[in-house]
Design a protein around this ligand. Structure first.
Ligand SMILES: *Cc1c(COP(=O)(O)O)cnc(C)c1O
Length: 395
């Protein structure tokens, strides 16, 4: 059986997303900046895609900027807010310890430029509160950047409340919504969001295309200099086919958001209850307040990497955490942030679903994972120490 359950890393493109891009590869290949017909047809497609994306978040098309993906959108949002702050002498930025590296590494860069970066601690269930944010805001705070939902443990932040606190103190609020867009309902007005990043390949669209929403009135700085594309805020000939496809994928996801969530939640809950039976294991993140597609466990006494390889041999594609940390020996910064000790954080497994996964696949996962965990534990010197009492169990 082949089971793909790493949808937080990337998703398979939908039929709609593939079909929608073909005309823009095959026949309407003009440059949207060109004045002749096939250029203008491409421009019309871009305009329509922009309006479609805007309608999914309840904003205006003038507030949408297309980018090369979620990472670029995060970079542009944070750099833009930092430049606005700098001009006013405000150089304090608030974020959290468990953001995606696209956010954390951008903040590191700003720290070297003299910005003061404050990373809020994350609760053991993977949450930050609006009270924490309000307490951290100072006179010179120029930006709060907090993810909508965590990509490893699926916990969802109180976005509307955090947004309200930021509005009250006149601080720009950016949210990396890459894991949330197309999966949970987002309304930038109702939720007091000033800037929001999305990425097409996390909701069955193509890789290498994303968007940044910036509320009207907030100046945007370029990170890619070039022509006058994206109203002068992002140089480079537009990825027309990719953008059209992203809009189609997003519209489709948003149209089916409730039924998809219901379906995935049922499968998610079945897997969580099945894997909870493994002794000395623990679910990471909040049991209730989590993305409908996310399951993340720690199994004491094993290495996540070997677990993944053995699961791959059984046809199961899963992850130990973020795609970016896989391949390195450091445990996930997210699991450390929620207080998992190193030795436990190493034995993590993330299963992330899409609406095409089935209950039959869930049963296969529930039957295979415990066998693999037991096999690895039987070979593990750490497990021997734990069972002989030489070392104390943590979980
Ligand atoms: C995938 C992801 C990104 C990066 O998006 P890309 O389009 O791959 O650059 C950023 N933030 C989060 C939370 C993600 O899951």
């Amino acid at each position: 059986m082949k089971v793909y359950v790493d949808n937080a890393a990337t998703t398979k493109m939908s039929r709609t997303a593939i079909d929608s891009m073909i005309p823009y590869l095959e026949s309407v290949y003009g440059n949207p900046s060109s004045l002749y017909t096939i250029g203008q047809e491409a421009k019309e497609a871009l305009d329509k895609a922009r309006a479609d994306v805007a309608s999914c978040f309840n904003c205006s098309e003038k507030e949408i900027y297309f980018t090369s993906g979620g990472s670029e959108a995060d970079n542009q949002a944070i750099i833009s807010a930092a430049r606005i702050g700098e001009r006013k002498g405000k150089k304090h930025i608030i974020s959290t310890a468990f953001e995606h590296h696209a956010v954390l590494h951008t903040l590191k860069k700003l720290e070297k430029e003299g910005f003061e970066i404050e990373l809020l601690p994350v609760g053991e269930k993977g949450n930050v509160t609006e009270e924490q944010v309000e307490k951290a805001i100072k006179d010179d705070t120029c930006l709060v950047t907090i993810m909508y939902a965590n990509n490893e443990i699926g916990s969802i932040m109180p976005i509307r409340e955090i947004g309200a606190v930021c509005r009250k103190h006149n601080v720009i609020f950016h949210t990396d919504s890459v894991q949330a867009a197309g999966h949970v309902k987002i309304d930038v007005k109702e939720q007091n969001i000033d800037m929001l990043s999305i990425s097409a390949h996390k909701f069955h669209g193509p890789k290498g295309v994303g968007a940044l929403y910036v509320r009207k009135g907030i100046p945007v700085s370029n990170i890619i200099e070039g022509g006058a594309q994206e109203r002068g805020k992002r140089g480079g000939t537009e990825n027309v086919a990719g953008i059209v496809s992203m809009a189609a994928a997003l519209k489709e996801a948003v149209a089916h958001i409730d039924e998809n969530a219901a379906k995935m939640t049922e499968i998610r809950d079945r897997i969580i209850s099945g894997l909870s039976e493994i002794p000395h294991s623990a679910l990471n993140g909040d049991r209730e307040n989590r993305l409908p597609n996310n399951i993340n466990f720690c199994f004491e006494g094993i290495e996540g990497e070997s677990l993944l390889l053995l699961l791959d041999a059984k046809g199961i594609s899963a992850s130990s955490g973020s795609a970016c940390t896989s391949g390195s020996l450091d445990p996930s910064h997210v699991l450390l942030a929620i207080g998992r000790p190193h030795e436990v954080a190493h034995g993590s497994l993330r299963i992330s679903l899409c609406e095409w996964n089935t209950m039959e696949e869930a049963e296969y996962i529930i039957s295979e994972v415990p066998k693999v965990v037991e096999y690895l534990r039987n070979m593990s010197p750490m497990w021997k120490d734990l069972t002989s009492g030489k070392r104390q169990f943590i979980l």
